[in-house]
Write a protein that binds this ligand. Structure first.
Ligand SMILES: [Zn+2]
Length: 321
């Protein structure tokens, strides 16, 4: 396969930590959905590594939600830094391209659920400096910023401030997990391209985590992109690679040039994947299936790499660390 892979969402950061949130696994080789040995066989790779936090019901004493956030961040940085010949942290789209040319994979930090830093927009400057380049406003619960796809409820005043501060810095605002109402509130105030890092088509799989056609069109209008999620419940009933293609083909009816569809596998964030997709090593098989189903090479290349790069170039500040 000649298509490099740019994936907008994984939960591997949490996967690297054990049950008690102590470092347990290595990124180089592991039994998770993503490891560097398998990813290095791809013809190029950039991964958004989400640091996921939620108001956990039960954390092992004396862990706090802030500790979990820091431990995930630390796990990603440690594991990236111990494999400098394979992968490097990227702070800008230009660095991702430089790494690709040099045969080095790229890791970009992202936020899934700002609970780990108190939902505080005033801390985003620090997080930007550390390298965070995308953020959802929440996860499955309602919080002080926004309602979720499970609870409903729109964007709050603090949520509007959060969006504004992300966009001032050059952090992509990610609508995955937002309520429908919250989604449209974000669209009303956004000044930059929006991403849905890991959300599929609701017309193909009727789930509140997926995007309606109108939502997908609205994302396209901002110059943003939607990342295809491999989590089986968001793909379909007993899904396989053809079910995956159905989502992409449907989005292509709304976006015929294929400029707003990306990958956001949710790998290591879900238990069941489509039949024929086992982890990061399966992206070439998915590309072959898309080509067999009549998607043009240029469009597959867009989905696999160019669209995510494009949105970063339009929305993320260019200065390096
Ligand atoms: Zn998620």
């Amino acid at each position: 396969m000649k298509f490099p892979v740019f994936d907008l969402h994984c939960d591997t950061a949490l996967g690297l930590l054990g049950k008690d949130f102590y470092p347990e696994k290595q990124l180089k080789t592991n039994q998770l959905h993503i490891d560097l040995d398998r990813a290095s066989k791809l013809p190029g790779y950039c991964q958004f590594f989400a640091c996921f936090t939620t108001p956990w019901e039960k954390l092992p004493h004396p862990m706090t939600v802030e500790d979990v956030f820091e431990r995930e961040l630390n796990a990603v940085l440690n594991e990236v830094n111990r494999n400098p010949d394979l992968i490097r942290q990227a702070f800008s789209p230009e660095e991702i391209e430089e790494n690709l040319r040099a045969g080095i994979m790229s890791a970009v930090l992202t936020i899934e659920g700002p609970a780990g830093f108190g939902f505080a927009p005033e801390l985003l400057q620090m997080l930007y400096t550390v390298g965070f380049r995308a953020s959802t406003l929440g996860w499955n619960e309602k919080n002080v910023l926004i309602g979720s796809h499970k609870t409903g409820g729109g964007l709050t005043d603090l949520g509007r401030e959060y969006v504004k501060e992300c966009q001032r810095l050059g952090i992509l605002v990610d609508v995955s997990h937002a309520s429908d109402e919250g989604f449209w509130d974000i669209i009303k105030v956004t000044q930059a391209p929006i991403i849905a890092s890991h959300s599929n088509s609701r017309a193909i799989c009727n789930h509140t985590r997926n995007l309606t056609d109108d939502m997908f069109r609205a994302i396209c209008e901002t110059g943003g992109t939607a990342g295809f999620n491999q989590c089986a419940p968001f793909v379909g009933d007993k899904p396989d690679l053809d079910t995956v293609c159905e989502h992409i083909l449907h989005f292509l009816e709304l976006d015929p040039d294929g400029e707003h569809i990306s990958l956001g596998g949710d790998l290591d964030g879900c238990d069941v994947l489509p039949d024929g997709f086992t982890g990061i090593e399966s992206y070439p098989a998915m590309a072959r299936r898309l080509l067999e189903r009549g998607v043009g090479e240029k469009i597959v290349e867009n989905i696999y790499w160019n669209n995510a790069m494009g949105v970063m170039k339009r929305a993320v500040c260019h200065h390096k660390k």
